[in-house]
Design a protein around this ligand. Structure first.
Ligand code: 3LM
Length: 392
C-alpha cells in the first residue's frame, strides 16, 4: 500500500486534491457520458488506444477513486464497484463459470447468494455443493474436474463459522482454481484474504464500508488481469454498476472505518460476555469468545473479532419474535455494520429463502438471532437486551 498504513490509505488513497482545484472533498462527477474533442478521440477510446472516460457504466472518475481505495485496502491490484453486493457476487460468479462447471461453496452463505447458486444451477447447469471446509482431504475429494471456483464467506452469515482461508488458498492452488471470499462480515480492517493467498475479495459495501446505512453497493478486488477481464464482460455487459453519488458516500464512510470497527469490536466483546451469562440465552456465536470452537482460527486470520454476534434463546421461533418486539433502542432490521444496533431473525428474514433442511444443515435454528452491534454506548445496548431477555 505505497508504504502507508491502512488508517492513512482509507483517508487519502485514490484522491489528489491538487488535480481538483484543491477541493478537500472529492467531486461527484454526476454525469452519464463524457464529451470527446473529436470523432477520432472517441474512436481511439473505444478501441482502447487512448486513456480517458467514455460513459459512466464503463467507468466514472468518482467511482474510480473508490475502486483505487478499496484495492489498496485489500492489498489487491484492481478494484471494481457495483450497484449492490449481489451485483458484485453475481458478476464475479458468472464471470468465473460456464455451463457444466461446479462451484465448491462454504457451508452457509448469505440467503441471496444461496438463491443465485440455485438459479445458476437451474438455468445454466452450473452445479454447487456446500462443504464444511474443515478437513483438507475431504475438500480435495470434493473438487471435481469441473470445479471452476471455490466460494467462501468467513465469518459465515449468520452462523459466524469461519473458514481457514490460508488452507483453502493452498489447496486451491494445487488444482489451479480461484478462491473468492466474501469479506463483508470482517471488512478489510480485520481480515485481508488476498494476503492469505485468495484470489478475489467481495464486499457488500452496504455494510461496514459504508457504515451509515444509506448506500446499497458492492466492491470486488483481485489481480489486474482478472478484474480487467471482469470489468469488460460481466460488469460492463450485465451492467450492475455503482452511481457516482453512492461512490462518494462510500469514500466518505470508509475514512472512518478503522475507528468505527474498533468501537464495534469493543462493544461486541462486552455484549457477547454478558449475553453468555444470561439464563435466557442458550448459545452465543461470536469469534471473540474464548469458548468459540474456532477461536484460534479467528485469532490467526482476523485482527479482531468483529461487531456481529449471533445467539440462540431458550425457546422457539415465538420466543425469538417476542424478544425482538420488546426491544426499544435496538432496531429490528436486516443489514449490518451501521451506527445503529440492528437485530434480525435469520430463519424468517435474511435466510428465509433457504429451504428449512438447508437452514438446519447450516446451523440456522428458529430461535437464532443476529445482532449487529452498533456504535452506541454498550451500557445502553445492554440495558435494552437485558430488559428484553428478562421478559421471556
Ligand atoms: C444481511 N446481507 O442483512 P447487498 N454478502 C453478504 C451479505 O450479508 C449481503 C450481501 C452479500 C444482508 C442484507 S437481507 C435482505 C439484507 C455476506 C447482504 C448482499 O446486495 O449490498 O445487499 O449485499 O445479512
Amino acid at each position: 500500500m505505497d508504504n502507508k498504513r491502512f488508517e492513512t490509505e482509507v483517508i487519502h488513497k485514490g484522491y489528489h486534491a491538487t488535480q481538483h482545484q484543491g477541493s478537500l472533498a472529492p467531486p461527484i462527477f454526476q454525469t452519464s457520458t463524457f464529451v470527446f474533442d473529436s470523432a477520432e478521440t472517441g474512436a481511439a477510446r473505444f478501441a482502447g488506444e487512448q486513456e480517458g472516460y467514455i460513459y459512466s457504466r464503463l467507468s466514472n472518475p468518482t467511482v474510480a477513486m473508490l475502486e483505487e481505495r478499496i484495492a489498496a485496502m485489500e492489498n489487491g491490484e484492481r478494484g471494481l464497484a457495483f450497484g449492490s453486493g449481489m451485483a458484485a457476487v453475481s458478476a464475479i460468479l458468472l464471470g468465473l463459470t460456464k455451463t457444466g462447471d461446479h462451484v465448491l461453496c462454504s457451508e452457509g452463505v448469505y440467503g441471496c447468494t444461496f438463491g443465485l447458486l440455485q438459479l445458476m444451477e437451474e438455468k445454466y447447469h452450473i452445479t454447487h455443493n456446500f462443504h464444511s471446509m474443515d478437513d483438507e482431504d475431504s475438500i480435495r475429494s470434493s473438487i471435481t474436474d469441473h470445479t471452476s471456483v471455490i466460494y467462501i464467506e468467513s465469518p459465515i452469515n449468520p452462523t459466524m463459522k469461519l473458514v481457514d482461508l490460508e488452507m483453502i488458498a493452498r489447496i486451491a492452488k494445487e488444482f489451479g482454481i480461484p478462491v473468492v471470499v466474501d469479506n463483508t462480515f470482517s471488512s478489510p480492517y480485520l481480515q485481508r484474504p488476498l494476503d492469505l493467498g485468495c484470489d478475489v475479495v467481495i464486499h457488500s459495501a452496504t455494510k461496514y464500508l459504508c457504515g451509515h446505512g444509506d448506500v446499497i453497493g458492492g466492491l470486488a478486488v483481485g489481480k489486474k488481469e482478472l478484474m480487467s477481464h471482469l470489468a469488460m464482460t460481466t460488469q460492463k455487459d450485465i451492467g450492475g454498476v455503482m452511481s457516482p453519488f453512492d461512490a462518494w458516500l462510500l469514500l466518505r464512510g470508509i475514512k472512518t472505518l478503522p475507528v468505527r470497527m474498533d468501537r464495534h469490536c469493543d462493544n461486541a466483546k462486552k455484549l457477547a460476555n454478558l449475553l453468555k451469562e444470561h439464563p435466557s440465552v442458550s448459545k452465543v456465536l461470536f469469534p471473540g469468545d474464548c469458548d468459540f470452537p474456532q477461536y484460534e482460527l479467528a485469532n490467526k486470520q482476523m485482527s479482531n473479532s468483529g461487531g456481529l454476534i449471533s445467539f440462540e434463546l431458550k425457546g422457539d421461533k415465538a420466543t425469538a419474535q417476542k424478544f425482538m418486539n420488546t426491544l426499544r433502542l435496538i432496531k429490528i432490521a436486516v443489514s449490518l455494520g451501521d451506527a445503529e444496533t440492528l437485530i434480525q431473525h435469520p430463519s424468517t428474514m435474511t435466510h428465509a429463502v433457504v429451504p428449512e433442511e438447508n437452514r438446519k444443515q447450516m446451523g440456522i435454528s428458529d430461535q437464532l438471532l443476529r445482532l449487529s452491534v452498533g456504535l452506541e454506548a454498550w451500557e445502553d445496548i445492554w440495558a435494552d437486551l437485558d430488559q428484553g431477555l428478562n421478559q421471556i
